[in-house]
Design a protein around this ligand. Sequence first.
Ligand code: TRH
Length: 387
Amino acid sequence: MSPSVAASAFDWDIFCRVVDNFGDIGVSWRLAKGLARDHGCAVRLWVDDWEAFSRLCPAALNVADVLHQDGVEVRRWSDPFPPVVPAARVVEAFACELPAGYLAAMAARTPAPLWINLEYLSAENWVEGCHGLGSPHPRLPLLKHFFFPGFTARTGGLLREPGLIEQRIRFHADTRGRGEWWRHLGVPEMPAGACVVSLFAYEQPGLHTVLRCWADAPQPTVLLVPEGRVVGDVLRFFRSPEAGVGACLREGALTVVLLPFLDTAEYDRLLWACDLNFVRGEDSFVRAQWAARPFVWHIYAQDDEIHHDKLDAFLARYLAGIDDATAAATRDLWRAWNGEGDAAAAWPRFAECLPRLAAHTRRWSDTLAASPDLVSTLVQFSELAVK
Ligand code: TRH
């Protein structure tokens, strides 16, 4: 029997090409696990960068090409692509372009698989108008649907595992457990009254100024930095190029602890435990919102500076309903962190507003958490589309 007419053992095939960093695979892996675990689907995830995947899923280090983990079959996306039977539903993450042979096999099936392009997250208004639209393939009898994550009911929503918010609430309530967790992470006793901050960012020219503000401030700051691209900027500030994971660096009121790259559950806990989180890209940006603590987003820079519109669109939604001074201080710090403005001038005003921003962010997170999550929305979309 030819592979194109046999039935697939999989409900979903998800394709992920890692453009850079961890967001592409971070989102795809979460989606795959969510479909398998929470919706009982048979899921196969194809990823071209096994090393990037291994950072998020260390079990992949022990196998070459195929991993069965968390109910998902993960396969290395190699070239040439093997002749496999397409699943009934196919997700192309972030317009990664399916292999030509796989596309032809999709076109040969009756009915053709449901083909979905999972788009990048944006808070811009146009997203609502494009979510769910279809576009016919120029040659093959296939229709590609555009599925947009987002912040409103007319989008696909955000990735959020069932029970995540309850886990966070339990973590916040367990003061003793949290103390033990800090010790297990290798974080020394916090100075009384310290503002605890996590830092995950791209290379960051504004970092030096912010570190200086923290070092010179009357209140102590403890900064926790998992391994990543921003660490070089931190080490330059301390003139300690040799410092590595586990190092604890001090200057004035500032203590910096260099952490390893955490597993995804530990990274969530870090976000939950901090008073303020600096996050980046897409997936950590969403996780910070589930942490319900104030955060600063280092947005992924795009050609022609279009990311500034994306940043402003999110700020407009996030800051709606907050007082003008807090909104202005937050906007100024976020813009400075993204290369537009003076972080040294913005930080003190932002710090002053933190208690108000904390209460607001809690409400923002609660409101988002009341909406359906992205995996449920995608399943519902697929059920309606194949009827
Ligand atoms: O790594 P990112 O910058 O990823 C992406 C990609 O660059 C992609 O090409 C781009 O289009 C997209 O951003 C917008 O940031 P992101 O999305 O936050 O992904 C980081 C992942 O790493 C996220 O799943 C959280 C995880 N993480 C850990 O698991 N442990 C850690 O210690 C840290 C710091 C992060």
